[in-house]
Write a protein of this length. Structure first.
Ligand SMILES: [Zn+2]
Length: 68
């Protein structure tokens, strides 16, 4: 079981999804993506919390990681 995050769940018009084996690893990828693509450099605690809430379990994480 891995973790998956869809950027569009944050309400943005973005089709990026991130996948990783652990929540912390995925969280780092999301923060990186937010900085690169959405120019969010200093994320608020509230936004970080929201991301944690939106990270979901993913049973096909291997395929999703391979697809990136
Ligand atoms: Zn995005």
């Amino acid at each position: 079981m891995g973790k998956i995050f869809y950027c569009k769940d944050l309400g943005s018009d973005c089709d990026w999804k991130g996948a990783a084996y652990t929540e912390d690893e995925l969280f780092r990828k999301v923060v990186e993506h937010a900085a690169e693509r959405h120019d969010i450099k200093d994320m608020l605690e509230e936004q970080k919390k929201r991301i944690r809430e939106l990270i979901k379990d993913d049973s096909s994480v291997k395929e999703n990681i391979a697809a990136r």
